[in-house]
Design a protein around this ligand. Structure first.
Ligand SMILES: N[C@@H](CCC(=O)N[C@@H](CS)C(=O)NCC(=O)O)C(=O)O
Length: 211
């Protein structure tokens, strides 16, 4: 059965789920959510996910939200990307929680404020505050990746896919690859994984559609 993944191209959280699906080899298809016209706030979408968030996955009678949980489901089902031991699995979870809390949520909000809000509504102080928080997160990531090729173990895992969720997007949000050499090399390594795709090539919808 084909897994359905509710997503839109601009969503780094959906990218984590779709890239995991793509690299896992499971059969899947995207279902476009018209986020910028309010679809994720509609009653129909809230039926699907009362949290009102993208991504959502449906596989037969299993419906899941939260990118990390979808990643975990896909990894369990495919036997891929989930680490080689219980210890590695816990390490992956550490990175997923850290990413969701300290990096992706701040990156996603900052990118939204800087690019998708009308210019006269962009709150400069909030953006500055968020960018300082992000810099601390990049420092953590840079420090770890200066020591090794992958966040957990010796191969790409869900941890890498979670943490890279926002880092390939071209819209500015306070991340410049050139300033972070270990992160830069790691992003290149991930993008050289067979089957890798850029978010705008993997999911429907991009800023170009709304230009
Ligand atoms: N922790 C969640 C975050 C999901 C999330 O914030 N998704 C955004 C799109 S990238 C969303 O749907 N936001 C709607 C809202 O916050 O109202 C995950 O990893 O799936």
């Amino acid at each position: 059965m084909t897994v359905k993944l509710y997503c839109f191209g601009e969503s780094g959280n959906a990218y984590k789920a779709t890239l995991t699906l793509e690299l896992s080899g499971l059969e899947w298809e995207p279902v476009f959510v018209d986020f910028f016209n309010g679809e994720s706030r509609s009653p129909a979408f809230r039926e699907l996910n009362p949290m009102g968030e993208v991504p959502v996955m449906i596989d037969g009678d299993v419906t899941l939200s939260q990118s990390g949980v979808i990643q975990d489901y896909v990894s369990s089902k495919s036997g891929k990307l989930g680490g080689r031991s219980a210890n590695e699995r816990r390490e992956i979870l550490r990175w997923q929680f850290w990413d969701n809390h300290k990096m992706s949520s701040v990156a996603g909000n900052t990118r939204f404020l800087m690019n998708f809000l009308p210019e006269d509504k962009r709150p400069a102080e909030v953006i500055d505050f968020n960018q300082a928080r992000l810099k601390s997160a990049y420092k953590v990531l840079e420090g770890e990746l200066a020591e090794r090729n992958w966040l957990v173990g010796d191969a790409i895992t869900l941890a890498d896919i979670s943490c890279c969720g926002y880092l390939y997007y071209p819209e500015p949000f306070g991340f410049d690859r050139a300033e972070w050499p270990a992160i830069d090399a790691w992003l290149t390594r991930i993008s050289e994984t067979p089957g890798w795709k850029h978010p705008y090539d993997l999911m429907p919808g991009s800023p170009a559609d709304r230009a």
